[in-house]
Design a protein. Structure first.
Length: 425
């Protein structure tokens, strides 16, 4: 039997997903750009922000009770209908709160409590077996190549991956005795390096308890549900005696509780593709197609594990993980990511040319989205279509011109593409 021993196979399902060009909403990228490069936003001083207390066990148990807002998959839609009725929201906010799962730049106080102005009532670090962190949301070449998002995590792929690794170990002697041993050794070394940087355990994030008014603000600043879909996931708090230096459990045994989080359209497209091939208790059927990408929506990049995030963006996530005292192994995993760096004069020219060519249009669209967006954060359909067309054209100009003239705008030139900024299952 012939086995694939290429370095990328260490990342599980990345290759199969790379063949499917899932679409996304360009507003997702604009939201991330606003977090890093605010346009017209004033940020309160982060040093004056007080971290909220740990969420109580009683409140966590309440999230699993029948009728809990934490289980209402239509909560964002209901809130959006009443965003202009502030009295209703304020009255409801005094009686009800909701759990919101953060995992990327929202881990940072500078972003979530600062730029967004959210005031959580409590917070707690969690494990989320049903999701995995990925860095495959396209941004702007040469400046912010990609951003963090999540995709569903299929336990079946993990079992297959573990079986492959066991099989590899069992056949070590045979391979080393073969005449191709030097070549196999080199490939195995590269594969081990790539696999070591793949996070095959549950997503680690922070669940914030927020008022309905603040939850409405979160939905509005994320595009009002037009870019993301509000889903409900199972979260597990770390054990009471858990220390950041302890290993991260692959299968958390603490009681689960419910929390809302936002799923990108690209992740939903990946789920729809994989759902026909495998079933998973984490893959809750998604039937509502109102937020499906339009024909104008840009596509995800062909190779989902190729692009590297900028150092500025990575710093937000790494700093946020440290602020919440997340497991040290996870902090190391995040800090080990290689950020995109410009290493040649041609790339510097490429960045300048890209900013001159597309920067004014992107800034104009950011301003229009802020001015014309409704109370729920949604932009007019014509503006959303224009934004998607602009992002599609920008990336096509990169693929067919900028990349060949100025060099790589997604990945540092001296980095081996076979040791990716991994999007492991």
């Amino acid at each position: 039997m012939t086995r694939d021993i290429s370095p990328r196979s260490g990342c599980g399902e990345v290759d199969s997903m790379a063949a499917a060009p899932y679409q996304f909403d360009a507003m997702e990228s604009l939201n991330e750009l606003q977090d890093i490069h605010p346009v017209g936003f004033e940020q309160p001083a982060v040093e004056n922000i007080v971290q909220p207390p740990i969420t109580s066990k009683q409140r966590r148990r309440a999230s699993s009770l029948k009728g809990s807002l934490d289980q209402d998959v239509h909560l964002s839609e209901k809130i959006a209908k009443h965003l202009d009725e502030k009295d209703i929201l304020q009255k409801a906010a005094r009686k009800n709160t909701v759990f919101y799962l953060a995992y990327g730049s929202n881990l940072s106080s500078k972003t979530f409590l600062g730029k967004r102005g959210i005031k959580p009532l409590s917070q707690i670090a969690v494990l989320v077996p049903g999701l995995r962190l990925t860095f495959n949301l396209p941004g702007v070449p040469y400046a912010e190549p990609c951003f963090a998002t999540t995709q569903f995590r299929d336990p079946k792929s993990l079992k297959e991956q573990e079986s492959d690794r066991e099989y590899d170990t069992a056949s070590d002697t045979e391979e080393w005795l073969s005449e191709k041993a030097p070549l196999v050794a080199k490939i195995r070394e590269r594969r081990t390096h790539a696999s070591a940087h793949c996070w095959n355990k549950p997503l680690i994030g922070v669940v914030y308890e927020v008022t309905l008014a603040d939850y409405a603000k979160i939905i509005a600043t994320e595009g009002g549900g037009g870019s993301y879909r509000d889903i409900v996931v199972d979260c597990h708090a770390f054990p009471d005696d858990y220390k950041p230096t302890d290993p991260v459990p692959s299968h958390p045994d603490t009681p689960s509780f419910k929390a809302h989080t936002l799923l990108s359209q690209g992740a939903e497209g990946a789920w729809r593709h994989n759902a026909s091939h495998s079933e998973s208790p984490f893959m809750t059927p998604i039937q509502d197609s109102r937020n499906s990408p339009s024909c104008f929506s840009p596509h995800m990049r062909p190779n989902l594990n190729y692009a590297q995030p900028s150092a500025r963006y990575l710093d937000l996530i790494v700093t946020g993980a440290a602020q919440h005292n997340l497991p040290l192994s996870y902090q190391k995993y995040l800090s080990d990511f290689r950020p995109y760096q410009i290493t040649t004069f041609r790339q510097k020219l490429g960045k300048l040319a890209m900013m001159i060519s597309w920067g004014p249009l992107i800034l104009m669209l950011l301003a229009l989205c802020k001015q014309l967006g409704g109370p729920d954060g949604r932009s007019p359909p014509w503006l959303a279509s224009l934004l998607n067309l602009a992002f599609t054209a920008m990336w096509q100009s990169y693929d067919y011109f900028f990349k060949w003239v100025f060099g790589d705008g997604e990945r540092t030139l001296d980095d081996d593409p076979d040791t990716p900024c991994c999007t492991s299952p």
